[in-house]
Design a protein around this ligand. Structure first.
Ligand SMILES: CC(C)(COP(=O)(O)OP(=O)(O)OC[C@H]1O[C@@H](n2cnc3c(N)ncnc32)[C@H](O)[C@@H]1OP(=O)(O)O)[C@@H](O)C(=O)NCCC(=O)NCCS
Length: 194
């Protein structure tokens, strides 16, 4: 098993794993070209994009930010062409989604504390601890360039999400708040001081 920073050639595999593991999520409904533009933007700081390989194949990934302050604005700036092209496509195929992207972006900027943030993590089903290894590497990577000693934050669904909630608690994350996201979706925000 090996974990490293992602490269542009890893994006298709990352998008495929996202599709398989987040099949019912809003971002997935925006299509593969949007997801590719989205994850590509994490290749540039303050983004972080990691991949886990086993037998030379990508089996998982983690995406996040070193600093959540204005992060989504910076993410857009990291890949303006990619977002513009996929945005035009969404405008014609699913215009209501643009409103939700805008609302989600505004909501996620409303976090009351400065933190590093894990924004997406997924592994292919395994019995080898891929997820824990990825999260551990992600935390160590954050610590390397964390002058302000920001904690790590993440959000995850409150309902029907026992596996991920247990995973985060086992990894030392504590509930910071429970809040309502778009269309009253109940969410946890977890925090870990590192
Ligand atoms: C949440 C998620 C990232 C966790 O990753 P994971 O790889 O499943 O988690 P783990 O690191 O605990 O490892 C998986 C299994 O390996 C087992 N394991 C851990 N270390 C091991 C080791 N050293 N040797 C053998 N088995 C091991 C674990 O017990 C676990 O078994 P389980 O699935 O029966 O509980 C993953 O389940 C996932 O992608 N879920 C879908 C997407 C998602 O919900 N993401 C988070 C939403 S915010």
């Amino acid at each position: 098993m090996k974990i490293r920073s992602a490269e542009i050639s890893d994006l298709d595999a990352i998008v495929d794993i996202h599709y398989r593991r987040f099949s019912s999520f809003f971002l997935t409904t925006l299509g593969k070209s949007f997801l590719k533009a989205f994850y590509q933007a994490f290749l540039i700081k303050p983004g972080i994009l990691l991949v886990l390989l086993d037998n030379n194949e990508i089996k998982g990934f983690a995406a996040g930010s070193r600093d959540n302050r204005n992060f989504f604005k910076k993410l857009l700036q990291n890949n303006p062409l990619g977002f513009a092209l996929s945005g035009v496509n969404i405008f014609f195929t699913n215009p209501k989604a643009l409103k939700r992207i805008f609302t989600n972006t505004k909501t996620s900027q409303r976090v009351s504390i400065a933190c590093a943030e894990l924004l997406s993590i997924a592994t292919l089903p395994n019995k080898q601890g891929y997820g824990k290894a990825l999260l551990d590497y992600f935390e160590k990577d954050i610590i390397l360039h964390n002058k302000e000693k920001l904690p790590i934050s993440l959000t995850t669904d409150y309902e029907n999400n026992e596996k991920a909630v247990k995973f985060y608690k086992d990894c030392g994350y504590e509930v910071f708040e429970v809040f309502e996201s778009y269309q009253k979706r109940k969410m946890y925000r977890f925090i870990k001081n590192i």
